[in-house]
Design a protein around this ligand. Structure first.
Ligand code: ADP
Ligand code: ADP
Ligand code: MG
Length: 430
């Protein structure tokens, strides 16, 4: 297996990589770096957590001409948190290299401050589409010298409705530029975008043994909407996560749950689109520094965010498809660490659970914590029969294949943790 030097990365950067414990290129890096160095257009499709960032950052760094002060590379990403994360990653990589300047441009940040920074030499711009277009319109940024363009998390940009902006932005760059597209999935819209803007792109696909599905222990707990909160509190009391991300379906639900965690004495922060940028930044910073134990988030945090030490992911609300499931649980078990993903399902969520099972080709063993996640089994069966009355139940509610945490003694195990649902050993004592 080649190392980064053999792939064409200079020794100062290789040194920095080594000091961070990054020694062997991942397969997406091994295949992408040489092509990007050769100047080829590249479409790279690989699962979350496979090291896509360095796959484009490293060869771009090799190609920046520091003698010039104009913008040579543009990296477009869908969220502000990713803008920060990637620009930080670049800054970390150039610690031992003179003269490469990077700027993150994203919404919610002081425009005057960005304008000032844009006046200095900037070689690499990492930007969210909305704010970048804003600068283009104000003529405070000139992208006519951009030779390298990266569309990272392209499918997510599509989902967030950014493609028209991306289109406009691409037209601002050099037509002879090199274009690189990174995405976990390749919906048709992304394929056509690639067709439109790329020249004989090399398609690189890494069917990695998925980090997520293989290295993250997955647990599904059946509960009811009314018992969800108590179930979560019970679980976190049992697991004592070092750092955990809790996903909710809506901003309002995230806020409510965050408030409930605070009321129960936990250190928690919320992360969603209703917060001011400075609040979001504070929340991310505190979480990265492990000052808060829980980050209660909507799906925006499911993409790309790489926080060391996330031992648990809780799907307080079930994700609506397999893809978001994989992205959410991929926030744990990063870079070889262990992780546990716990999904709470209410009766009405079963359909989504089946879809996720199909999508990831895996069957879940659904557990209950009697007296906590559901009332006593008999009551519960009666209630759920009533709830289901009227609904068409061609498949019915299958009870087989589920394990109950009920011990053989038959005593009510209010405090018992579901079988096999252990923490990760990195328990936090608090
Ligand atoms: P992706 O964009 O594919 O989801 P990232 O680029 O965010 O993945 O990388 C995931 C994690 O793996 C990061 O913490 C990164 O520092 C780490 N990483 C990347 N490349 C390597 C490597 N070659 N060896 C070890 N760790 C790596
Ligand atoms: P602006 O905030 O100036 O409109 P951006 O390019 O930063 O420009 O983002 C465009 C839109 O994308 C934002 O208004 C916001 O609604 C959404 N967005 C971007 N990042 C996030 C995020 N992390 N969480 C929620 N929404 C986001
Ligand atoms: Mg990424």
């Amino acid at each position: 297996m080649p190392d980064f030097l053999q792939l064409g990365i200079r020794k100062e950067i290789n040194h920095t990589l080594q000091s961070l414990g990054i020694v062997t290129p991942t397969s997406i890096q091994e295949r992408t770096i040489p092509s990007v160095l050769e100047g080829k257009d590249v479409i790279a499709k690989a699962q979350t957590g496979t090291g896509k960032t360095l796959a484009f950052v490293l060869p771009i760094l090799e190609k920046i001409d520091v003698q010039k002060s104009d913008v040579q590379a543009l990296i477009l990403i869908p969220t502000r948190e990713l803008a920060q994360q990637i620009s930080k990653e670049i800054k970390r990589m150039v610690e031992n290299v003179e003269g490469i300047h990077t700027l993150a441009v994203y919404g919610g940040q002081d425009v005057a401050h960005q304008l000032k920074k844009l006046k200095g030499a900037t070689h690499i711009v990492v930007a969210t589409p909305g704010r970048l277009l804003d600068h283009i319109r104000r003529e405070s940024i000139n992208l006519s010298t951009v030779q390298m363009l990266v569309l990272d998390e392209a499918d997510q940009m599509l989902h967030m409705g950014f493609l028209p902006e991306v289109d406009d932005i691409i037209h601002e760059t050099l037509s002879s530029r090199q274009t690189m597209l990174f995405s976990a999935t390749m919906p048709n819209e992304i394929r056509s975008l690639a067709k439109k803007y790329m020249v004989e792109p090399e398609f690189i696909e890494v069917k990695a043994k998925t980090v997520t599905v293989d290295e993250v222990k997955q647990v599904v707990i059946e509960t009811t909407d009314r018992r969800k909160q108590a179930t979560l509190l019970h679980l976190i009391e049992e697991h004592r996560p070092f750092l955990a991300i809790i996903f909710c379906r809506t901003k309002i639900r995230a806020k409510k749950l965050h408030d409930a965690l605070i009321a129960s004495g936990y250190e928690s922060d919320e992360l969603h689109g209703d917060l001011t940028q400075s609040k979001r930044e504070k929340a991310m910073k505190r979480f990265r520094e492990a000052k808060t134990q829980f980050l209660v988030a909507t799906d925006v945090a499911a993409r790309g965010l790489d926080v060391e030490g996330v031992t648990h992911v809780y799907n307080y609300d079930i994700p609506l498809d397999a893809e978001s499931y994989v992205h959410r649980i991929g926030r744990t078990g990063r870079a070889g660490g262990d992780g546990v993903a716990i999904t709470l399902v209410a009766p009405k969520d079963m359909e989504f659970l089946r879809m996720i099972e199909k999508g990831i080709h895996q069957k879940f063993d659904i557990q209950v914590i009697e007296g906590v996640s559901i009332p006593d089994r008999e009551d519960y069966n009666r209630v759920s029969r009533e709830q289901l009355k009227g609904a068409s139940t061609s498949e019915g509610r299958r009870r087989d294949g589920r394990s109950s945490a009920k011990p053989s003694s038959g005593k009510k195990p209010t405090n018992r943790r579901p079988k096999g649902n252990s923490g990760t050993g990195r328990n936090r004592s608090r």
